[in-house]
Design a protein around this ligand. Sequence first.
Ligand SMILES: [Zn+2]
Length: 307
Amino acid sequence: MDRAALGFDHLTRFWLGSAPARGVVARLDESLGRALAEHDYPAPVKALLRQLAAAALLLASNLKQPAAIVIQAQGEGPAPLLCVEATHTLSCRAYASVKSDGPLPSGGDLLDWVAGSGSGRLVFTIDPERGQMYQGIVALEHASVARLLESYLSNSQQTDTRLWLREDGETLEAALLERLPVDSKDAEAALARWQAAEANMERAFADPFMPFPYTEWLEMVFPNETVQAQTPSAVRFACPCSIERVLGALRLVGLEELMPLAEAQGGVETRCEFCGRRYRVEKAQLLALFHDERVDGKHPPGTSTLQ
Ligand SMILES: [Zn+2]
């Protein structure tokens, strides 16, 4: 059976027949490998980025409109920023900033690497293609990615949410389980069924990694349930960076800031933090960019001097 049929670089959403729960499970392999291929980060930083990216992808599969989910862990440690993005089309990308000086931590968790000796925070953003951006911020108070996101999601969505992550060689297996609301008269029985579903997934993640096709795997994990699973969807690495976006970012920096660099090097070079792709904007192109803006904008042509 090929790797796609076994669920590698695919995810599937599912619903349980009797427990009030829905979930998503993913086995991420090449997609995460490619997302981090251009980066030379220490192994624990790569592991944390992989876990955050997996979580972002599971959550992105629940998006109801075209949008991106961005999860950032920020702090004062040796890796003061971890940033991952996943979209509704199930593409993902990731990067970190890692300090080049100072001692590296011996541990491998979020507090060691991101918070360091200071504090840290998790910034969770839903950025829709249209409409208002949503952002939630919480303190980085858990060392594990799974515990931190479980706590954040359970609070923000006001329903129990569980997240499991485990590595097996090059593959990261991830599962999310969310408790669904029920009629209050069934509350007690529903709670027991939810807890049984949680325990089932807990056991599956404690057992050895078994890449069976998702339908079979879910039936084994929840032997007393009728599981309804969606057709698995492919997950991939993709970076939507482009020269248009680079020009947009340069516009925000402003010509006065950019000109000394453009004079010295004949242009401005930037590198996409996510995929490593390099962009060069020649001096003439830069002048044209700001000239057009001045023609279109408030300044009539001829009134501005380019220094
Ligand atoms: Zn890029």
